[in-house]
Design a protein around this ligand. Structure first.
Ligand code: DC
Length: 224
């Protein structure tokens, strides 16, 4: 039963790589960023104050479900499918804000451990992507990867992703949003984005998805 942790900043390629890797290995896939986005979405819709207490209540009273359908992650909040709504630039900002709040992390880290363990048992393995998977959520797993890339390339990937969804923003605007979000994710007090000491660093600049997936699979097989 393998738990594969994939961490990294925005546009490092971790979502696409994690999804393809899970498919190739026959493992489940868990996108923890989607969970922070879903809580951010509910906080936005219900217009609560973004305090530790109010977010604690919100998390405790929320039913969050995730399902993988044909390689697409379906995210349901209190029975409503929010998969598309959580992907806007506004929800990226909301996710980054709520993810810095202690009560939110306590709820979601607990859920990620439960879901991760249960899916790993059911499927023989799970690929989990986020910011703190190798450092906080599953620090004991021997399979840890930290993906990174040149800022220009990361900004371009994020911009392309938004374009594909019909969201019209400029490349420069996207690059400065990416820089801002990274600073926030790396600079927060609780569980900041950082490479675990024992994680393998993969610079994905100029590499294809397949090359990165194969590099990671080779490393996993040599570790087993
Ligand atoms: O991976 P993403 O862009 O969907 O993540 C959205 C935000 O959630 C990101 O700005 C940081 C936060 N996040 C986190 O703090 N910890 C995780 N394990 C995953 C995401």
């Amino acid at each position: 039963m393998s738990i594969i942790a994939i961490d990294g900043p925005v546009g490092s390629g971790k979502s696409t790589v994690a999804r393809k890797l899970a498919k190739k290995a026959g493992f489940a896939y868990l996108d923890t960023g989607a969970m922070y986005r879903a809580i951010g979405w509910k906080a936005y819709i219900t217009k609560i104050n973004l305090t530790n207490e109010e977010l604690d209540r919100l998390c405790a009273g929320t039913q969050l479900d995730m399902d993988l359908e044909n390689e697409h992650l379906k995210v349901m909040i209190d029975g409503k499918d929010v998969s598309a709504e959580i992907r806007t630039p506004e929800m990226s900002r909301m996710a980054s804000v709520v993810s810095a709040v202690a009560s939110v992390r306590i709820h979601l880290v607990r859920m990620q451990r439960e879901v991760g363990q249960s899916w790993a048992k059911r499927y023989g393995g799970v690929v989990i992507e986020g910011r703190d998977i190798g450092t906080v959520v599953f620090p004991d797993t021997p399979f840890k990867f930290y993906l990174d890339a040149d800022i220009k390339e990361r900004g371009k990937r994020r911009w392309q992703e938004l374009q594909n969804k019909g969201i019209n923003v400029s490349l420069d605007e996207t690059i400065s949003e990416v820089i801002k979000r990274d600073e926030k994710d790396q600079g927060r007090e609780i569980d900041p984005l950082k490479k675990a000491d024992d994680a393998m660093l993969v610079d994905t600049t100029g590499l294809s998805i397949e090359e990165v997936v194969d590099m990671i699979l080779t490393k996993i097989r040599s570790t087993q």
